[in-house]
Design a protein around this ligand. Structure first.
Ligand code: DGL
Length: 296
């Protein structure tokens, strides 16, 4: 059966990220919902988004979403904190009928539930920190919380290079995080507000110590997606099947399959990866002047 003929519930779930980081979200989703098909887009030619302006990130995100929605998907996950913080309202405004889920709201909820004291540290890209999206989402749930936000720009290149642990990763991690965690009282919860950061979890754990709750939004986002599919009657109807995962990327497939397999915890085969161009994707009219609203 082609996607033209099949019912809405049999369509794939679309996800996009600036690069490979969103594969940590896809990994959580495929474990929780192995019977779904997935179409993942990694904008590997334009990574990183985290140091770019909001205007540029919104444009890139609209192009990525348009590409996926043009392929017919039943739900869209913005598997990138930076794109969620900058572009979630614009995407929802552009495609009001498409269920669109970002990673910041689920991650903030998990942090609020995990932190006994409400002293919560958030680490993310410069753009996500500048947006204030995490602090806002956490304080909406726990107005008494103290949110300490910190950009860690070197974490993304470290993770993209596959340098997840060892002396270099630990040195970089401690340079950023030690000042936050060496003084008492230290935060009791650390939000990994970037989909690349879970790959550095072992190095981060070494620096922050065993007591701190480390929250990454991948598992919570997967749960939100599962619930949303059930609410909308969109979960794949065939029990016991193993879904297919396909990948769209915008640059060098070899590098993507190599690093991506580490992020996804499974081998990505060349035949499932397609090089696409996002610069010339036609956008719907509403995308030309999306209103800037607050993200979640
Ligand atoms: N994956 C992105 C995020 O979650 C960070 C990578 C980038 O800067 O593009 O924020």
């Amino acid at each position: 059966m082609t996607t033209e003929q099949c019912g809405q519930d049999q369509l794939p779930i679309g996800l996009f990220d600036s690069g490979v980081g969103g594969l940590t979200v896809l990994d959580a989703m495929r474990r929780l919902m192995p019977g779904e098909d997935y179409l993942f887009l990694g904008d590997t030619a334009r990574v990183p988004y985290g140091a770019k302006s909001q205007k540029t990130i919104v444009r890139y995100s609209l192009q990525a979403a348009a590409k996926l929605i043009g392929q017919r998907i039943k739900l869209l996950v913005i598997a990138c904190n930076t794109a969620t913080a900058a572009a979630l309202p614009a995407l929802r405004e552009t495609w009001p009928d498409m269920p669109i889920i970002g990673v910041i709201e689920p991650g903030s909820r998990a942090a609020c539930e995990a932190s006994p004291s409400g002293d919560i540290a958030v680490i993310a890209t410069e753009s996500t920190i500048r947006s204030g999206a995490y602090a806002e989402a956490i304080l909406r749930r726990r107005p008494e919380a103290q949110v300490r936000s910190l950009a860690c720009p070197l974490f993304v290149p470290l993770a993209e290079e596959g340098w997840f642990d060892g002396p270099i990763a630990e040195g970089v991690v401690s340079r950023y995080l030690e000042p936050l965690f060496e003084k008492s009282p230290a935060p009791d919860c650390l939000v990994l507000g970037c989909t690349h950061y879970p790959m550095l979890a072992a190095a981060i754990r070494k620096v922050v110590g065993p007591e701190v709750h480390i929250v990454d939004s991948a598992a919570t986002t997967a749960e939100v997606v599962k619930r949303r599919l059930a609410d909308k009657g969109l979960a794949h109807p065939q029990a016991g099947r193993t879904g297919r995962i396909r990948f769209f990327i915008t640059d060098d497939p070899q590098r993507f399959t190599r690093t991506g397999s580490l992020f996804l915890n499974m081998t990505i085969t060349d035949s499932d990866v397609r090089l696409v161009d996002l610069e010339n994707v036609p956008l719907p009219d509403a995308a030309e002047t999306p209103t800037q609203r607050k993200s979640s």
